[in-house]
Design a binder for this molecule. Structure first.
Ligand code: ZN
Length: 262
């Protein structure tokens, strides 16, 4: 039995790495304002050679090819490898932590959207509305399985997430952007209102844990635009992993689909 479980986790790691690979390229092309669906094939950034199957195996190609292009010796951008490994690992940990459940299915479906928004925010500080709207649509469709209360909870989560960030934007005049509010619209639709509070809390906490030391060491100044999106996504992942335990600890009833867990 244990062997099948490990096999399953390995398989999910692999699918996750492949999805991560695809989303990473989609994010890079979106930022570069290129089309990423259909015609255009992946090519070496330096010599332009169209990549073949051996160049495109997630994680393995990067390691096996010695991190270099086969024709021109240009270094392959490390972000491909990092995005693949990270997505694969997160997917594997989700399976290990959540087990076969609707929450697992729901979380895995959200992962590509979280990843895309993180990558574009890191690269050019921009979170794309279209991807946030898509997150909302996918989340609400998946919430149909929980009936009307689940849809209402998702809508409340959207309002809460969007509203809190909008309030921060108004009060702080900068620091956070409208993209962060749009991101929380999608995250709220997935999490529902109770879990969204946790996402915001853990998001700001992890943001502070990184940014405050950087401020103290004067690596960044208060005027620098630090992308908040990745921290909100970090809060979202932490909430998937620990949200249920947190709410139970404080004696709150678990919202759907967390209440379906064993
Ligand atoms: Zn090349």
């Amino acid at each position: 039995m244990v062997n099948t479980e490990y096999l399953c986790i390995f398989f999910v790691f692999w699918i996750g790495a492949s999805v991560g690979s695809f989303i990473n390229v989609a994010a890079m092309r979106t930022v570069a304002e290129k089309k990423w669906w259909g015609a255009e094939r992946s090519a070496c950034d330096k010599c332009g050679r169209v990549l073949s199957f051996v160049d495109l195996i997630p994680v393995i190609s990067y390691l096996a090819l010695g991190r270099k292009c086969r024709t021109c010796d240009a270094h392959i951008d490390r972000r491909h490898f990092l995005a693949e490994i990270a997505t694969g690992l997160i997917a594997a940990v989700l399976v290990w932590r959540l087990g076969p459940s609707y929450l697992l299915f729901f979380s895995l479906a959200m992962l590509p959207f979280f990843l895309f928004n993180t990558l574009t925010d890191l690269e050019n500080g921009y979170i794309y509305d279209s991807w946030c709207i898509a997150t909302v649509v996918v989340a609400l469709v998946l919430r149909l399985a929980g009936g009307i209360p689940a849809i209402i909870d998702g809508t409340l989560g959207m309002a809460l997430g969007f509203g809190v960030i909008l309030m921060i934007i108004t009060v702080s005049r900068g620091g956070m952007g409208f993209g962060d509010a749009m991101l929380m619209l999608g995250i709220g639709a997935f999490f529902g209102w109770k879990m969204t509070i946790l996402v915001l809390y853990l998001g700001f906490l992890s943001g502070g844990a990184v940014i405050i030391p950087l401020l103290l060491m004067k690596k960044v100044s208060r005027k620098d635009a630090v992308p908040m999106g990745p921290f909100l996504v970090m809060g979202a992942l932490l909430t998937i992993f620990f949200g249920a335990a947190c709410l139970s600890y404080f004696g709150y009833a678990l919202p759907w689909p967390w209440n379906l867990m064993r």
